[in-house]
Design a protein around this ligand. Structure first.
Ligand code: ADP
Ligand code: MG
Length: 718
């Protein structure tokens, strides 16, 4: 029996969900009617509306009893095409349901109050007044009406051949009523309902983090249509629309600036509070705030496809990447109900007291333990996402909490990733001058995605050189690139690349390169038709915030900081010296994976931070793969376990802090839930805890877990 089932069974009311289906192939009103009828015959379907014109079906249904796929299958079987467009469980039915629930609660509250008065009366010697305050039929009615959701859920559970918490409750209530304790039974129902209400409320609050993310997007967009600006709903915005954004407005889509200049506050996506200057050609993100100027933007991604949309989807799914600690909770909840049933039976056999037995059944509550992890995960992940830090699940929160090794990629990660060509040295006896070398190098790099390639191309463009078209381009990962340019075979890369191709770099060239490398620069050698033609020196600046972030990580107890690079020994040594970290140089991508594996085999929890593009395999091997600057690069966003949307290293210690705090909170929650149950069942079995008190205490752990987890909604203290 899965935990989800139990948590669901404890919801306030089975909330109704609405699915939107696309239905193709309808050509008459009869078809639409037919589909409506068939769908409404499905069990669990409450309401169906088929819109012929829009080719849509809107189905309100009970997610515990029917799935949208059953609807599409039904429709397909009738000869139409159907697929699910979306599911909306931010239910519009909620208001109605909570109204019904509210009435029930008020009713129960009155009964409860009367019952309490009666108990008081009894205490003060007015025992004869018993049952005159609340006549039995009214109490029984209260039990039936108020307890309806509990009984229903218990029966549904039974039909699905599973024992759920509500079944235990129902047995307790029925047992109490059957021995004539109507008032007790009514009070049980009352307190259980209050507990359910609190649970629903708390789970909902934890989801608030996700709702706040959704609320970041504006609801309308102003688009240019036939030379006029018109305001449309965000849902109607299409890729290719030209959007006009005025000062102080939010950008409605991911896109490219066509004209205008402005400062854009990207905090909702990247977490960076300082606005970024944007002009023609710049990339902008949905939900970011245009501060001063006006911008015209061509929408390239809208709705769920935007960076914000992806973030929301990943946060919503974060619960499914379960932390190992949750396995304990899952095992606990799986064994919980049989154990409680056993304990109740034992109590009955030993004490022969039905009241004690009822108390045992009622006090038992695995929900706090079941909710401990998901609530903390949703709260942590949701609040982190709002600060430009995407953590893809409980699994990674726990791994972050335990990280003791941090591996760092150099190019583009520790460095700004905006390398510049600083020197070009033609070799003696070569037949190319500086510009010739650069132009040829730019030709080979034309289709490379490496950061070094962009440096070469940028310099060639800056000098106004022509960039030849390469044929048969291929990249040698961790070493360089090769292509046929203007009928010649050209190689560009490190020493190893040329050596492997049988074109060793001469001693003179090697000495010149060594000197540049000692300054932390990277030397790229160019060879044409088997002859080394010269070298280009590339310099990339360290990110200014890196030294401090590394200091912080060290002080937090991340013991091993190791720089991994495919660059040469001397360049790596220079960067490592500046940061006071260890290094391993000359690594091919597969060597990096090996390093990660070796450290894991020694029992370390390894985090690896990279740019996410050419480091993807090592990021995947690490316990936590962290990608920098993920906003705008899909690969990084998808491949990493943790994505820093911006480029700020300061976020890395914060991620670890969030992980540690969440893990700590989860452990506290679980411990509290387990202890509460053991103590509660113990006290109930010997009659210290009466059924009514037990029912009153039942919601205690849930509230405690909620309060504890909701602290995670706030940013961690530094
Ligand atoms: P890092 O591990 O620092 O990110 P890479 O593994 O991407 O570095 O590359 C390692 C080395 O291989 C670089 O320092 C460079 O010498 C060479 N190299 C890789 N790709 C290219 C390229 N596109 N052009 C030139 N040299 C390259
Ligand atoms: Mg790299």
């Amino acid at each position: 029996m899965s935990m989800e089932v139990k948590v669901q069974s404890k919801k306030v009311v089975p909330t109704h969900t609405q699915a939107e289906l696309h239905i193709g192939g309808m050509d008459c009103a009869e078809c639409a009617k037919g589909i409506e009828t068939r769908l409404s015959q499905l069990e669990g379907v409450r309401q169906v509306q088929v819109l012929l014109g829009a080719e849509k079906g809107l189905v309100t249904y009970d997610p515990q009893r029917v799935r949208p796929e059953q609807m599409t299958t039904t429709i397909s079987a009738m000869g139409y095409q159907a697929r699910v467009v979306g599911v909306d469980d931010r239910e519009r039915d909620r208001d109605f349901a909570s109204l019904a629930n509210g009435i029930r609660l008020v009713f129960l509250a009155v009964v409860g109050l009367l019952a309490l008065l009666e108990i008081l009366a009894e205490k003060f010697g007015l025992a004869d007044a018993a049952l005159t305050w609340v006549p039995a039929p009214i109490a029984l009615g209260a039990v039936l009406i108020g307890g309806y959701p509990i009984f229903k859920s218990a029966l549904l559970g039974l039909r699905a051949r599973s024992v759920n918490v509500d079944l235990l409750m129902a047995i307790g209530i029925v047992a109490a009523a059957s021995i004539g304790e109507f008032i007790s039974a009514a009070l049980l129902v009352l307190f259980i309902q209050v507990a359910h209400f609190l649970e629903g409320f708390t789970t909902d609050r934890a989801r608030g983090a996700i709702r706040e993310l959704i609320a970041l997007a504006p609801t309308t967009a102003r688009v240019e249509r036939d030379g006029e600006d018109i305001e449309i709903a965000l849902d109607d915005l299409r890729v290719g629309d030209v959007v006009v954004i005025r000062p102080g407005e939010k950008i409605p889509a991911d896109g490219v600036v066509l004209s205008g200049r402005s400062a854009v506050n990207q905090a909702p996506i990247t977490g960076e509070s300082i606005p970024v200057e944007k002009g023609a050609g710049a990339q902008v993100f949905a939900a970011t705030l245009n501060e001063l100027g006006s911008l015209r933007v061509r929408a390239e991604r809208v709705g769920a496809e935007t960076t914000l949309g992806r973030i929301i989807r990943m946060v919503e799914r974060a619960e499914s990447a379960k932390a190992p600690v949750q396995r304990f909770a899952d095992r606990f909840t799986a064994y919980f109900l049989p154990v409680v049933a056993g304990a109740a039976l034992l109590t009955l056999l030993i004490s022969r007291n039905l009241i004690f037995t009822i108390a045992v059944l009622v006090v038992a509550c695995p929900c706090a333990v079941a909710l401990a992890t998901p609530l903390s995960v949703v709260a942590s992940v949701g609040s982190a996402a709002r600060r430009g830090l995407l953590i893809k699940g409980g699994l990674y929160l726990e791994a972050l909490a335990k990280v003791d090794v941090l591996l760092m990629d150099k190019t583009g990660t520790l460095t700004l990733g905006e390398p510049r060509i600083t020197e070009i040295l033609p070799s003696e006896g070569g037949d190319l001058d500086g510009d010739g070398i650069l132009s040829l190098a730019a030709g080979v790099e034309r289709y490379s995605e490496h950061v070094l390639a962009s440096a070469v191309l940028a310099e060639a463009r800056r000098r106004g050189l022509s960039i030849p078209e390469p044929d048969d381009f291929s990249a040698v990962p961790g070493m360089g690139v090769q292509a046929a340019v203007e009928g010649t075979s050209v190689w560009l890369g490190n020493r190893e690349l040329l050596a492997a191709e049988g074109m060793p770099v001469g001693p003179e060239m090697d000495a010149a390169a060594a000197k540049l490398e000692q300054q932390g620069k990277t030397a790229l050698f160019l060879a044409r038709d088997g002859r080394v033609q010269g070298l280009l020196a590339v310099s990339d600046v360290l990110r200014p915030e890196v030294p401090r972030a590394i200091e912080t990580l060290r002080s937090m107890g991340v013991r091993h900081l190791l720089l991994l690079t495919g660059d040469n020994e001397r360049t790596a040594a220079e960067v490592a010296r500046q940061l006071k970290v260890e290094y391993r140089a000359g690594l091919l991508p597969e060597d990096k994976i090996e390093v990660v594996r070796a450290l894991q085999a020694q029992g370390h929890t390894v985090a690896m931070v990279g740019d996410g593009v050419n480091d993807a395999p090592a990021l995947a091997q690490a316990d936590v793969g962290i990608a920098m600057g993920a906003a705008g690069t899909d690969v990084a966003l998808e491949a990493a376990d943790v994505a820093l949307m911006g480029d700020d290293w300061g976020r890395l210690p914060e991620a670890i802090r969030i992980g540690r705090r969440a893990f700590h909170t989860i452990k506290q929650n679980i411990a509290f839930g387990v202890i509460f149950n053991i103590v509660g069942i113990g006290l109930a079995s010997v009659g210290i805890l009466t059924p009514v008190l037990a029912a009153a205490a039942e919601s205690l752990p849930d509230v405690a877990v909620f309060l504890n987890s909701s602290r995670l909604l706030r940013p961690p203290r530094t």
